[in-house]
Design a protein around this ligand. Structure first.
Ligand code: CO
Length: 640
């Protein structure tokens, strides 16, 4: 059974965080476009303005004003408008920012065609024997900002690279045109500069990854997930309830999947854990010096938008089992709103054994099965596809996982040649080294907003009177008191974790209730000063930052990283070195993969994973899953 639920167009008091409806989004865009901005102004995105935290936490069921932020761009005057529309009284407040908004889909499409039709670019392609333009694809990338004259020109820029398809439906990334880059003005369509280096043969192999291109296919035994009574969760207007968990789920055009007001139902108590959880920025910095790759630094949230790039998911392919989908609302550049069906997938997964013990004396065994609630979405950003998964477990554990798949960026090489800063993936192709850095924003709320963070290290103790046998070790907890002291690196050799506590809420042992953030071992940003990306993606230079909550501080590289010179977001906010103890705090945790490409990544990459775990650490007075019913015994088939 499959259900699709669309945000209802109900009248009356909706929850302050209820997702925008199609009608609300369309109304907001039309009011914004009619608010005195220039004719021909385009809609980049629109999003619900989340009401102040106090209004949400103290919501009494009465209607709260519905406000929408519309980000608009007037190409003719290069003006970025931020228009806040109040849907209740249709009032509009607008201001202009000097920053570059995210890249619009229509710009991407138009810029690709403009570069393709540029005579200089065509001449460079012709020099390589490429004259059939119907087979050429241009990707007009985010231009980044390197402080060059052209970056400082104030123009809205694209850096475009080309690929040659071997026919309709071909894999462009199998056949890159190397050493050819065009810099174009996105607004005028002019090609301003062309880098035309030494030609490299376009690889011959097609790199097709569809089933029809693979010859004989392997079939697997059927595997069905059946829940005869339907899914064990409910949803209503963006609110999800499952087992001990309750939360709201929404899709933000830039941040993608957002979870709000995550609570654990602990007996009679509804206990808040996280006020808002999201992955508001990511960056993919390339570590190659070659002409087509050194400048590639995509901020796939802020440069484009993960919600705008969200997939419409397919049952049986993207998702298996008893699925409930949530739709998302999207707007186009004209301000027309529409529904993206099946944008968010909700389902339960069996997760093996949760706890077990066999009593050897009596021969009896107690075992309980683990199950997790999965909230997920997928976004496709040019060549890469990213799955964003949140897992909620019966023992209070929360985990975030990114699944990285899709197609790597490729570099054409002379057959059999080796090139620096890239590994071979086929005899004709290399994959430049790069990283994928994901910055999670966790607005913590453990039993209320007043929280603190300790760094906890496993520390050996020197042998001496306190440790006569030399074997003892301790858990050394250091309170992170200020923003500067709370910029931290992971340390797997110390089993380092960061424990969020509420000093005002004590457990049965008399200790502050806590949750520990357990990082995965991953490299921080590898680019070094003075590389421009170190300032533009400063968030990725540390695994953890802690800031006091401020409503305006939502994106770790600033609200508009496209072509931004750097320094916005976390480095700017934390310069004040504000205290972060016993206050409303936000954790910013960057996880990532450092991708040295390999043949197995091509033509399409099996999922690579990164993420983190939040585990209760004294939040409960015992195993919170001790009361689970034993599993039903069924489906036992002995070996043949
Ligand atoms: Co990669």
């Amino acid at each position: 059974m499959t259900m699709t639920q669309t945000a209802s167009e109900t009248v009356g008091a909706r929850h302050p965080l209820a997702p925008l409806t199609v009608t609300e989004a369309a109304t907001a865009c039309q009011l914004a476009l009619g608010s005195g901005v220039g004719r021909g102004t385009r809609v980049v995105y629109c999003a619900l303005v989340e009401p102040p935290k106090e209004a949400v936490l103290g919501w009494d069921g009465q209607a709260v004003p519905r406000e929408v932020l519309c980000v608009l761009y007037d190409r003719s005057t290069q003006t970025t408008w931020l228009v806040t529309v109040c849907l209740d009284d249709q009032s509009v407040a607008s201001r202009i920012t000097g920053e570059q908004p995210p890249i619009m889909v229509e710009e991407w499409v138009a810029n690709a065609e403009q570069i393709k039709s540029d005579p200089g670019f065509r001449a460079a392609l012709a020099r390589r024997g490429i004259t059939d333009m119907s087979c050429v694809q241009v990707d007009p990338w985010p231009a980044s900002n390197f402080g060059l004259d052209i970056d400082a020109s104030g123009r809205r820029l694209a850096r475009g690279v080309a690929y040659v398809l071997d026919g309709p439906g071909g894999n462009p990334y199998a056949r890159p045109v190397e050493n050819l880059v065009a810099i174009a003005d996105r607004d005028t369509g002019e090609v301003l500069e062309i880098f035309d280096g030494e030609p490299v043969p376009v690889p011959a192999a097609s790199g097709r990854y569809d089933a029809a291109s693979q010859g004989i296919l392997r079939e697997l035994a059927p595997l069905e997930i059946v829940q005869p009574l339907g899914p064990g969760f409910t949803t209503s207007d963006g609110c999800l309830r499952w087992g001990p968990w309750q939360m709201r789920v929404s899709m933000h055009p830039i941040e993608g999947l957002v979870l709000h007001e995550i609570c654990y139902i602990d007996g009679e108590r509804t206990r808040p854990v996280i006020y808002r959880a999201s992955m508001p920025e990511m960056v993919v910095p390339y570590g190659s010096a070659s002409p087509n790759h050194w400048w590639k630094n995509a901020f796939d949230a802020g440069d484009g938008g993960l919600g705008k790039a969200a997939n419409s998911l397919e049952l049986g392919c993207d998702c298996l089992g008893e699925i409930v989908y949530l739709d998302a609302v999207q707007v186009d550049e004209d301000g027309n709103a529409s529904t993206l069906p099946r944008a968010i997938c909700l389902h339960e997964e069996d997760y093996g054994v949760l706890w077990k013990h066999t009593d050897l004396a009596s021969g009896t065994s107690e075992v309980r099965r683990s199950r997790r609630m999965v909230v997920s979405s997928f976004a496709t950003v040019s060549n890469y596809d990213y799955g964003f998964f949140w897992y909620f477990y019966l023992d209070g554990t929360i985990a975030a996982e990114v699944k990285l798949t899709g197609i790597i960026q490729t570099q054409a090489v002379q057959p059999g040649a080796r090139v620096p800063y890239a590994n071979p993936v086929t005899p004709e192709l290399a994959g430049p080294h790069h990283q994928h850095m994901f910055c999670y924003r966790l607005d913590m709320c453990l039993d209320g907003p007043v929280n603190s963070v300790y760094e906890v290290d496993a520390m050996p103790v020197p042998q001496g009177p306190a440790n006569p046998y030399g074997n003892a070790f301790t858990a050394q907890a250091t309170l992170l008191e200020t923003e500067s002291a709370a910029q931290r690196m992971a340390a797997p050799e110390r089993a380092r974790c960061w424990k969020v506590v509420n000093h005002r809420s004590l457990n049965a042992c008399g200790e502050p209730v806590g949750y520990k953030l357990i990082p995965q071992a991953s490299a921080p940003l590898l680019a070094q000063e003075p590389a421009a990306i170190t300032a533009r993606a400063a968030f990725a230079t540390k695994h953890l930052w802690v800031t006091p909550y401020h409503a305006d501080e939502q994106r770790p590289a600033g609200d508009f990283p496209n072509q931004h010179p750097g320094g916005a977001g976390l480095p700017a906010w934390t310069a004040a070195d504000r205290p972060v103890t016993d206050t409303d705090i936000v954790l910013w945790h960057t996880v990532g993969t450092t991708h040295f490409c390999q043949p197995e990544d091509f033509p399409v990459m099996p999922c690579e994973y990164t993420g983190f775990t939040l585990k209760p650490a004294g939040f409960f007075d015992g195993n919170p899953a001790i009361d689970l019913a034993p599993p039903l015994r069924s489906h036992c088939r002995t070996g043949a």
